[in-house]
Design a protein around this ligand. Structure first.
Ligand code: GTP
Ligand code: MG
Length: 246
């Protein structure tokens, strides 16, 4: 396996794929036998609002953004059953992982996916009309079954957004880590190194943390404003911690 081609990519099996029982089909499309890719991490995630907002930050302000958050959080496909609202997050690692996976997925829009590449995963998706609160048609929603990282920069951001280093076997971790010597607490969207009543400890001494996260946290704790939001670091520490819906 040529070292320079080794890439990591985040795949999300979205709620519509789960609802239509396509998980097994999708996993077989990406199997090591067919693609040369290996599982580096996998978890079932109840998608908290911070995670959804950070994952789709580039689409904030677009007409489909609110529906995108509802979609990835499972509200659209499981309006009456919070226990089914989840996605399967998978980290794949292997040669040319990003391009390989995107090709198997197909175009973002399922109609175009069907035309351009019959047989791709998103050819099985659907397009749904969207209306504003007055009932006026505002465009379409793409229920496209799966997410896949688009390029190495997005992959790094997304992998660090969805996974803790310890979700990944040490030999498959793709970015530098550091062992924390500090405590970090969260309260009302602010980071602190000391406990106050009502705060939530998400990192303790000895925890293995993404090095870039630790750097940001130290600066945030000192009150320095960063380009990246607190949510981008904290979202993964909130995964499956509490049920926001019940
Ligand atoms: P992902 O793998 O999900 O990130 O899709 P992508 O990389 O093919 O597309 P992109 O990152 O641009 O968009 C993320 C998601 O937003 C898509 O999966 C779609 O569900 C939705 N989306 C993106 N562009 C459009 C658009 O022009 N119209 C609509 N209705 N939805 C869009
Ligand atoms: Mg994308």
């Amino acid at each position: 396996m040529a070292k320079q081609n080794l890439e990591s990519s985040l795949v999300l099996i979205k709620p519509d794929a789960l609802k239509n029982s396509l998980t097994g089909y999708i996993l077989s499309q990406f199997s090591e036998f067919h693609t040369g890719l290996r599982f580096a991490a996998l978890k079932v995630v109840s998608v908290n609002l911070a995670l959804a907002e950070e994952h789709y930050a580039e689409h904030k302000g677009k007409f489909f953004y609110p529906s995108l958050l509802e979609y990835i959080r499972g509200y659209l496909h499981y309006p009456d059953d919070p226990s089914k609202r989840r996605v399967i997050a998978i980290l794949y690692r292997g040669p040319n992982a990003i391009k390989n996976i995107r090709e198997i997925c197909g175009n973002t829009n399922p109609h175009e996916a069907r035309q351009q590449r019959p047989g791709c995963i998103r050819a099985l998706g659907t397009v749904i009309p969207l209306y504003d609160e007055k009932g006026k048609f505002i465009g379409e929603r793409s229920d496209n079954l799966i997410h896949a990282s688009a390029n190495p920069q997005d992959a790094e951001h997304e992998i660090k957004l969805w996974f803790l280093p310890t979700d990944i076997p040490p030999t498959m971790r793709c970015f530098p880590t550091e062992t924390s010597k500090e405590y970090f607490y969260l309260k009302a969207n602010a980071i602190s190194s000391t406990y106050t009543p009502g705060s939530f400890c998400f990192i303790a001494p000895g925890d293995i943390v993404w090095k870039s996260d630790l750097k940001l946290l130290r600066q945030l704790e000192k009150g320095k404003k960063q380009d990246i939001s607190v949510k981008a670091v904290i979202a993964k520490y909130l995964i499956n911690k509490k049920n926001e819906d019940i």
